[in-house]
Design a protein around this ligand. Structure first.
Ligand code: FES
Length: 138
């Protein structure tokens, strides 16, 4: 399988790995088929800006690379900008993924959405988007 240099970089040297103790948005998603799990921690300020973002991924190399890239893409952005992050934007930023690995990038998009949904719940804001749940699609 051919991975881009960017994917290899984010896999071997992932950014923002870990947990945020006082995170106010935490989301976890999993893919039942491959068994991979991704957990995303967001620290969001009073202006809805994501001031910090970390992740923990128990999964394949592409899942690690896509979560790393997703954290880079949403850090410093507002929650609504983070909600607009698509898995294809993550793939594009990584300069491509083999087709069988595209579902790994879906997990990254979903982890962000779940974490934002948790934030909305904590601050009592209605959730006006679809919250991902565990699924078993490819
Ligand atoms: Fe399932 Fe990569 S193989 S997330």
């Amino acid at each position: 399988m051919n991975y881009s240099a960017k994917v290899m970089d984010h896999f071997t040297n992932p950014r923002n790995v870990g947990e945020i103790e006082d995170a106010n948005g935490v989301g976890m998603v999993g893919n039942a088929k491959c068994g991979d799990i991704m957990k995303m921690y967001l620290k969001i300020d009073e202006n809805d800006v994501i001031v910090d973002c970390k992740f923990k991924t128990f999964g394949c190399g592409a899942a690690i690379a896509t979560s790393s890239m997703a954290t880079e893409l949403i850090k410093g952005k507002t929650v609504s900008e983070a909600l607009a992050l698509t898995n294809s934007a993550v793939v594009e930023a990584l300069e491509g993924l083999p087709p069988v690995k595209v579902h790994c990038s879906v997990l990254a998009e979903e982890a962000v959405k779940c974490a934002v949904a948790d934030y909305y719940t904590r601050i009592g804001r209605p959730i006006d988007f679809e919250v991902p749940t565990e699924h078993d699609e490819e």
